[in-house]
Design a protein around this ligand. Structure first.
Ligand SMILES: [Zn+2]
Length: 1224
């Protein structure tokens, strides 16, 4: 390094320091040997100034100062030992403050190389100059963390072993070895160095320093522990440590410190020991040694003793991480992870996961997979790479091919073939000559039978007539008792009752149905109660009296029923609370006044004119128990369910109180994890009794009084197995989607036989997503039948101690799609029941069955005013499971049958909506319910909406999935929202024909103005939309220059923008308009690109709640979801007024879209990017909930890590991959 001549001018002589530096520079330039005295003198002076004046340090390291160059140059050139020592001392002074910035300056000026060269030179002296070595190492230790390449530079220079040998030879000289150890710590974060140092005995050396226990030289010990922890991250070193028995030694040292450090002054040393154990247990041998050395028990017991002291949390958390890692991986206690139910597909897909599963040899055990255990087999070759990790993360999921982005608008199928869809659009040809459009006579009730049955689609290749006849379908009973079956087919059976009581109970129900209960204060039908009593209320003597006297006694008993307080008078609820059974139908939606009604804000936000009077809760009695049973009879499930869940029978009314997003209490996760670890420590306390098992029909519910009974053999239920773990704790296993071996997340099951005053812990142990809103304040839902009978038929958010974490069960590589041993996740929650011997239901989200949909559609149809509303319900097609996929048409009747009115009627633009392609996203159905009810309401704006558009709605794209309790797929074992590019008519009929309808509309030049598919989102809050924009996609790629001059109508942003202004749950900030490769076969992208609908959206509703707007801090309920569905319609009305629908011309200035686009272009993130980022802030509790073990608590050291351990990497990647697949 040569210092340029002109430096003289730049060094100001205004200060003493500067003049000294100037002298020094001159000495350098002259480089006369005789000047050594002079240099020594000048550097000593500078050192004195630096030591005594903070100002001097600032001056020398300020921007523009060349002081560092001058000094380094001197250091490089001089041979005088004292000058060198002086300069090293100056530099140490300079970098000792300033938070690392000054150290960085030294690095960028080439300081590392100069120092390493000096070190090399100094090591050749024998013996080396101790003072020089101390100073050199002190300085290297300080600048090391700022030089990512220092490890590599040191190795290339041959300096690695100098420090190591110094330590070896001077073990008692603590002043010398402390800085040497600090330098070794820096070197060791590089994996190649770690291996190289390991070969030279550094691991053994560190153990000499850290043990045996002693409180002397703790700072030395701390550095040695940190170095050791870094070294042991290398598998070679870890193996060496295991071979030498060091795991046992580490545990002994830890226990010694734990015992002797009673005042907790050496927390960092204790943590250092744990970090070493954590590193060494990254390898399988290390985990085995840990278990053999009784590590689980040792760390468990020490952690328990640390729990009381909050400052020791890092110890508890690190111990917990180690124990989780070493906990022997278990397999799920199942014979196979394939769904317990089988459905033979008409054709097997050529490739993909289903094909893979079908191709497995029959004897393959897909639960136990030995290959997962051999992860340490080929560890001999440590990956030797030091390339800088490229931290600039590029989202490679964004579509960059502009040709793929440009809308194609091809027909897809020949016109003649598309003609078959003409029948779904009778409104385009109807002339209403037969209709008496001015008549006030209400249209008579139109039953399903009058609809003319489903249209047989040629490709489905099945006869139709037999299936639609309800008497043929009936409800099959498992026993196959012909008498019973006959009985079931003849009457509106109450299917949920246990078989032995079913005849009696259902005939009782029938009586009730036939009776017309009129007065609103009618007490609960006694017969029903008695019927229910048989399953839910076993305490006979007391209950007999309870119900025999009906209402009066009921009131007396109310203390134990703790009625929900409602301050407002609610005329619909009678004093004895029996409005539930007013007449034979349950009047839902009129129950009570909740705090979340649309209020003043609505009128404010809708100042532009249209009346936003939401009638979400007033739309009237759309729930009808008897009709529900009728609907169930024609619903075909693969397991041939004969039972009906009470919540679906009784219906649901939003509870009259707010349900805030839970504040997560500190330490829940580690408590739960430590309870899981206790299963291993105290094995004798574990009951391990199977209490429910779909795979083993012999397994009957246990007779003991203390054991809960489980059931989910009803529509949308999906419990596979339940194991009692402790007295009040149960492990639950969910069934896979049919024709699949995974996708568990949705749950819906029944519990009975409970006692009050006991906290029951439920663990659902085979969840798959890597994180969940259960970690961010979401609670599961519970429905109590007792409460329903007390006129509170509500799903409510319940549960405490909720958390979601990676557990000790792992998936075989077969289940994980070839990836090795991925863990399952546990949702755990604790519930204390309010009523003894109640029947309660738990669900992931508000259930909404296919039968419920049919009932709702039927109700809407029967209640509508046919003079005003044009309503049709058709069958799009039949599903694989033999169910009808309904399609609904809603618009306004023409004003008259005059030509211009008929023309106006036919020329209304189409709005095409769909929902529930993903069965686990029940919220989508509730939003859809809100949309449908709003569209059918008598609200004036609903009328003008109907007069503006024709709505084509497919409310449930995946009926089979919903019925059979799937989370993600249809019966074909595939995600239907990945089939839109190439739907197979035999495997994906609903998608094939939904797309066909859209293709038909495109062919007749009647493209819908808006297409929207309703979904639910499990990891984010609020409601938001995904749309498609070429420009916004290109902004996220590096090839954006070409797209700048690309013309694109920004109209796709208008609807979400309107919704963000009008719908309280909607959040514009979460919307994204990026087209991802992984989404290229979703409805949104295909309808946009292939069909040519510019406003093609996915609308995602949270499963959890809102963090903005009116509902901020509240969990979402059905009322808010339904409101969203209604507000969506209102948004369409405003869209109509803002955009001329046929030309898509935007009046300028209405929305300053271009500006806003540019503003937000940097903020917009694609949905997948969101997934990769953390959706939520980290919570206080530091223990990881998703990552296996690689928490970067020692991030500072990890900065220059080159240690790529394959397993960590793989885990990180595969998580996001699977999320990509699981998210819509
Ligand atoms: Zn979805």
């Amino acid at each position: 390094m040569k210092v340029k001549k002109n430096l003289t001018c730049s060094v100001s002589t205004s200060s003493r320091t500067m003049s000294l530096l100037s002298q020094l520079e001159k000495i350098n330039l002259d480089s006369v040997l005789g000047e050594a005295d002079n240099a020594r003198y000048v550097t000593a002076k500078i050192l004195h100034l630096v030591q005594s004046q903070e100002k001097t340090k600032k001056e020398m390291t300020s921007k523009g100062s060349s002081a560092i160059e001058v000094i380094l140059s001197t250091l490089e050139n001089t041979r005088d030992p004292q000058t060198i020592l002086n300069i090293l001392s100056i530099l140490i002074e300079l970098v000792s403050v300033g938070g690392g910035r000054r150290a960085s300056v030294l690095v960028t000026k080439g300081g590392t190389q100069i120092l390493l060269q000096l070190l090399l030179n100094a090591s050749k002296e024998s013996p080396p100059n101790e003072e020089l070595m101390v100073l050199l190492h002190t300085l290297l230790a300080k600048i090391g963390p700022k030089d990512k390449k220092i490890g590599m530079k040191a190795r290339i220079n041959g300096a690695l072993n100098i420090s190591l040998n110094l330590v070896k030879q001077n073990l008692q000289n603590h002043r010398l070895i402390l800085p040497c150890l600090q330098v070794l710590r820096v070197y060791s974060t590089n994996s190649v160095n770690a291996v190289s140092l390991g070969k030279n005995g550094v691991v053994e050396l560190m153990f000499k320093i850290i043990g045996p226990f002693s409180k002397k030289n703790t700072s030395l010990m701390k550095v040695a522990l940190d170095t050791l922890a870094a070294l042991l991250k290398s598998k070679t070193n870890a193996r060496r440590a295991v071979d030498r028995g060091y795991v046992h030694m580490l545990l002994t040292i830890y226990v010694d410190w734990h015992r002797h450090d009673s005042r907790h002054r050496y927390m960092l040393i204790r943590k250092g020991v744990l970090q070493c154990i954590k590193s060494v247990t990254n390898i399988k041998l290390g985990r085995k040694a840990f278990i053999d050395a009784n590590g689980m028990k040792i760390l468990y017991n020490t952690s328990q003793e640390c729990l009381a002291v909050r400052t020791l949390d890092p110890l508890v958390n690190t111990s917990s991480l180690i124990m989780r890692k070493c906990f022997p991986k278990n397999r799920l206690p199942l014979p196979t992870i394939k769904s317990a139910f089988h459905f033979q597909l008409p054709v097997i897909p050529a490739s993909g996961p289903v094909a893979q599963m079908y191709n497995l040899p029959p004897d393959v055990d897909d639960v136990v997979d030995e290959s997962d255990d051999n992860d340490d087999a080929e560890t001999e070759s440590e990956i030797e790479t030091e390339d800088d990790k490229d931290q600039n993360f590029k989202n490679d999921d964004i579509e960059t091919d502009i040709n793929k982005l440009k809308p194609r608008q091809e027909l897809g199928r020949p016109l003649e073939e598309l003609k078959m869809y003409e029948q779904f659009f009778p409104e385009l040809t109807e002339n209403f000559q037969e209709c008496d459009l001015v008549s006030k006579e209400p249209k008579p009730f139109v039953s399903n039978a009058n609809l003319g049955g489903p249209i047989v689609v040629p490709t489905a290749g099945e006869e139709f007539s037999a299936e639609t006849n309800p008497s043929v379908i009936g409800i099959s009973l498992k026993e196959g008792n012909p008498l019973l079956t006959e009985e079931y087919n003849r009457r509106p059976a109450f299917l949920g009752l246990p078989k032995k009581d079913s005849i009696k109970a259902s005939s009782l129900l029938q009586q009730n149905v036939q009776r017309n209960l009129l007065p609103s204060c009618q007490c609960l039908s006694q017969e029903i109660v008695t019927g229910l009593d048989r399953i839910s209320l076993q305490n006979t003597s007391e209950n007999d009296q309870y119900y025999a006297t009906g209402c009066v006694i009921k009131k007396d008993n109310k203390t134990s029923l703790t009625p929900l307080a409602c301050s407002k008078t609610c005329e619909h609820v009678s004093p004895c609370g029996s409005s539930l059974f007013e007449g034979s139908s349950v009047h839902l939606g009129k129950f009570c006044c909740t705090g979340v009604e649309s209020e003043e804000e609505d009128s404010k936000s809708s100042s532009s004119g249209e009346q936003v009077v939401l009638e979400v809760s007033d739309v009237s009695p759309v729930h009808d128990c008897d009709l529900y049973i009728e609907m169930v009879k024609t619903t075909k499930s693969i397991p041939e369910y004969s039972e009906v869940a009470y919540p679906d029978y009784f219906g649901h009314i939003p509870p009259p109180f707010k349900e805030p997003i839970l504040e997560r209490p500190y330490g829940v996760q580690r408590t739960k994890i430590s309870q899981d670890i206790e299963r291993l420590i105290h094995q004798n306390d574990i009951i391990d009794r199977v209490v429910y098992d779909l795979d083993n029909s012999i397994c009957s519910a246990p007779e003991e009084v203390d054991v809960l009974k489980f059931n989910s053999k009803f529509e949308s239920g999906n419990l596979r197995k339940v194991i009692q773990i402790r007295k009040n704790e149960y492990d639950l296993i969910l069934n896979s989607d049919i024709n699949s071996n995974h996708y568990h997340q949705w749950f819906y099951f029944e519990v009975s036989g409970m006692k009050t005053g006991i906290g029951y812990r439920f663990n659902i142990i085979n969840c798959e997503k890597s994180n969940s809103q259960f970690n961010y304040g979401m609670q599961p839902l519970m429905y109590s039948v007792q409460e329903a009978l007390n006129s509170r038929p509500s799903w409510t958010r319940v549960g405490t101690d909720i958390c979601y974490y990676k557990n000790h069960f792992s998936r075989s590589s077969i289940a994980a799609g070839g990836q090795k041993g991925k863990s399952y996740y546990t949702i755990t929650f604790t519930v204390t029941f309010q009523h003894k011997d109640d029947v309660c239901y738990f669900a992931y989200h508000y259930p909404y069955t296919y039968s419920t949909l049919k009932m709702h559609l039927q109700k809407l149809e029967s209640m509508h005013n046919p003079q005003q509303i044009y309503f049709r319900q058709d069958a799009l097609c039949e599903t694989l499971g033999g169910n009808i996929c309904p399609i609904v048409t809603i618009t306004a009747m023409p004003e008259s049958n005059y030509y211009e009115h008929i023309c106006q009627f036919r020329n209304r633009p189409y709005i095409f909506l769909s929902a529930r392609v993903h069965p686990g996203e029940t919220n989508a159905s509730w939003v859809m319910k809100g949309t449908l009810e709003y569209l059918m309401s008598s609200n004036p704006s609903a009328q003008s909406l109907r007069e503006s558009y024709i709505f084509k709605i497919i409310p449930m794209l995946n009926p089979d999935g919903v019925i059979n309790g799937n989370h993600r797929c249809s019966l074909s074992g595939e995600d239907l929202n990945r089939q839109w590019q190439n739907p197979n008519p035999d495997l994906h009929p609903t998608i094939y024909h939904a797309k066909g309808l859209l293709q038909y509309l495109a062919a007749i030049k009647r493209l819908p103005l808006v297409y929207c598919d309703y979904h639910g989102h499990s990891r984010k809050k609020n409601v938001f939309m995904y749309g498609c924009s070429i420009k916004e996609t290109m902004w996220h790629t590096n090839v954006n220059t070409a797209s700048c001059d690309l013309m694109e109508d920004p109209g796709y942003r208008v609807l979400p923008k309107i919704l963000s202004q009008t719908a309280p749950a909607f959040c514009m900030g979460s919307c994204s308009f990026v087209v991802e490769k992984s989404k290229e076969s979703t409805a949104r992208v295909v309808v946009w690109r292939e069909i040519g609908v510019q406003r093609s959206y996915t609308m995602e509703s949270t499963l959890c709640g809102c963090d903005q707007g009116k509902y901020k801090g509240l969990q979402i309920g059905t009322k808010e979801l339904e409101e969203m569905g209604a507000k969506f319609c209102v948004g369409l009305l405003r869209l109509k007024r803002m955009a001329s629908p046929l030309e898509y011309n935007l009046p300028s200035g209405l929305l300053d879209i271009e500006n806003e686009l540019i503003e937000s272009s940097c903020k917009v993130t694609s949905p997948t990017t969101y997934v990769l980022d953390e959706d939520e802030p980290r919570f206080l509790e530091e223990v990881d909930y998703s990552a296996e073990s690689n928490d970067d608590q020692d991030a500072e050291l990890a900065d220059n890590v080159g240690d790529y351990e394959a397993n960590n990497q793989e885990d990180g990647l595969s998580d996001s991959d699977s999320t990509r697949i699981l998210l819509s």
